[in-house]
Ligand binder design. Structure first.
Ligand SMILES: NC(=O)c1ccc[n+]([C@@H]2O[C@H](COP(=O)([O-])OP(=O)(O)OC[C@H]3O[C@@H](n4cnc5c(N)ncnc54)[C@H](O)[C@@H]3O)[C@@H](O)[C@H]2O)c1
Length: 285
């Protein structure tokens, strides 16, 4: 089994959650060095300082990849922590803070990644934004724009900028959501964007297959990350979502890391245009 990277920012005050999380094991992460199956690979992960992106970044580094993480500037201390773990894994790590709702920054992010790593073999469009509202009438034009620009525009502009640098054997991975298939009644705009991510993965996979570039997505269910306690979501909603899955609990970011590794390391080399569900048994990818 894949070793679990450390978790971050876990608001332990949510009643009952800590004990639900206990079964997630620590597979000796301190001594684990990885098998080197991503040695020589160069990864760009948006939202790499936190939650699912953080788990993927640490896993990639432990498998030998050099990693650039993108993140919002106010999350510098989280990014520093991840960069330290990447370095401890023996890989090179760089942080590029900035706001991906800006197309200019998306292009800068890619250009600076290429400058730092010498190229890109693994692009993970993972950063995301969500807001929960009781009614469609409660979404302001400004709030709608942030969700669209973070979740739809940014993956589009980042991928477009990265494309000239991707060689055969490269991979693109998109973090979608079970919300694409089974939307909640209060995540209107977010669910729209996550369905858009699925369509983008599938059309890109068709276009890039002949070039030897694979494109896949991951559709998480309720995963215990800061996203789930932000944007108007009640603090205990994640616990309730988790209880409603066949596994009966929310997931931990580390439980998804091995999917991101497998999609990047070439071991699933005949898989493209696919969405991998990691939702405790819910959802219909
Ligand atoms: N946590 C869940 O239950 C869940 C479920 C399904 C899908 N997802 C998806 O997983 C992905 C990662 O989310 P997470 O749960 O790890 O949340 P998180 O809050 O831990 O991470 C979100 C990341 O996105 C980055 N980000 C947000 N807005 C940005 C912006 N404008 N510019 C630059 N970076 C920005 C943040 O810096 C942060 O690193 C998202 O796409 C989210 O939609 C999460």
């Amino acid at each position: 089994m894949y070793p679990a990277p450390p978790f971050n920012k876990q608001p332990q005050e949510v009643p009952g959650l800590a004990s639900k999380m206990d079964p997630v094991p620590d597979h000796g992460e301190k001594s684990y060095k990885g098998s080197g199956r991503l040695a020589g690979r160069r990864a760009l992960i948006t939202g790499g300082d936190s939650g699912i992106g953080r788990a993927a970044a640490i896993a990639y580094a432990r498998e030998g990849a050099d990693v650039v993480i993108g993140y919002l500037p106010q999350e510098q201390s989280d990014a520093d922590e991840v960069l330290k773990l990447i370095e401890e894994a023996g890989s090179k790590g760089f942080g590029i803070p900035g706001d991906i709702t800006s197309r200019e920054f998306c292009e800068t992010l890619v250009a600076q990644t290429v400058e730092k790593l010498g190229g890109i073999d693994i692009l993970v469009n993972n950063a995301g934004h969500q807001q929960a509202v009781d009614s469609l009438l409660d979404i302001s034009p400004e709030a709608f724009d942030v969700t669209m620009k973070t979740n739809i525009y940014a993956p589009f502009w980042i991928t477009k900028a990265a494309l000239p640098h991707l060689e055969p054997g490269s991979v693109i991975i998109s973090t979608s959501s079970v919300q694409a298939y089974d939307p909640s009644e209060n995540l209107f705009d977010y669910a729209q964007t996550k369905a858009a991510n699925v369509a983008f993965v599938k059309s890109l996979a068709k276009q890039l297959g002949p070039k030897g570039i694979r494109v896949n997505g991951v559709a998480p269910g309720p995963v215990w990350t800061p996203l789930q306690t932000s944007g108007g979501q009640p603090q205990d909603a994640i616990v309730e979502f988790g209880k409603a899955t066949p596994l009966g609990r929310p997931g931990q970011p580390a439980e998804l890391a091995s999917i991101y590794v497998q999609l990047a390391d070439g071991s699933a080399s005949y898989a493209t245009g696919q969405i991998y569900g990691a939702a405790g048994g819910n959802g219909h990818p």
